[in-house]
Design a protein around this ligand. Sequence first.
Ligand SMILES: *[C@@H]1O[C@H](CO)[C@@H](O)[C@H](O)[C@H]1NC(C)=O
Ligand SMILES: *[C@@H]1O[C@H](CO)[C@@H](O)[C@H](O)[C@H]1NC(C)=O
Ligand SMILES: *[C@@H]1O[C@H](CO)[C@@H](O)[C@H](O)[C@H]1NC(C)=O
Ligand SMILES: *[C@@H]1O[C@H](CO)[C@@H](O)[C@H](O)[C@H]1NC(C)=O
Length: 179
Amino acid sequence: MKAIVVVAAVALVVVLVVTVAGDCTWSQDITSRSWDESVCPEPYILIGNTTCLYISQWGVVRNWSAAQTYCSVYEGELAVINDCALLGEVWTLTQHVLNLTGNFWVGGSDAEAEGSWVWERTVKSVPMGVPFWLPGHPDGDTHENKLMIADNGYFTDGNQTEEHYFICQDFSTLGSITG
Ligand SMILES: *[C@@H]1O[C@H](CO)[C@@H](O)[C@H](O)[C@H]1NC(C)=O
Ligand SMILES: *[C@@H]1O[C@H](CO)[C@@H](O)[C@H](O)[C@H]1NC(C)=O
Ligand SMILES: *[C@@H]1O[C@H](CO)[C@@H](O)[C@H](O)[C@H]1NC(C)=O
Ligand SMILES: *[C@@H]1O[C@H](CO)[C@@H](O)[C@H](O)[C@H]1NC(C)=O
């Protein structure tokens, strides 16, 4: 479970990424910083100063409910990503440090009421529109009721039966900040 942290640490030495996650720009030199392992319980790492996240590793994909189950094994849930800077940092980490090109399930859903996106944990609204979503999205109607961070850095709606990477969050340590 330490592997993801080690990989990130090794990559930090060699990778300079100045990039954009959708419209949530994350333009810091990521060689100059590290992901803190000391604050969050294993296997979570501190990302964006406030949030304990675990990102699924290469080749580990699950449908939405199986991803939620995976997170619960580590006493977490699919992540709540409410902040543009955090979205930018997560996307930079997944796509450009860990090189996990693909979509990532997070904890949002509109299964209860079509078009009304909420975080399953908090039942609070998922941010809508720019800069989180591309104009015209979500676009999947009742066939796509679960939230992903797409490989273009924006939120997108996905069919819960699809298997994707996923992001778990530990709420026990820093939950009061982000929940
Ligand atoms: C984390 O804190 C640093 C220093 O205060 C700040 O520059 C950076 O924007 C923060 N990162 C996020 C993702 O909020
Ligand atoms: C990710 O890809 C970049 C550029 O292709 C490479 O420099 C880096 O070593 C890769 N990182 C990992 C963890 O494979
Ligand atoms: C998507 O989900 C619906 C149920 O919500 C299901 O009937 C359908 O087969 C799934 N797959 C696609 C590709 O729409
Ligand atoms: C999700 O994956 C699990 C494990 O492979 C499977 O048992 C379950 O039927 C799947 N559920 C959906 C909705 O695809």
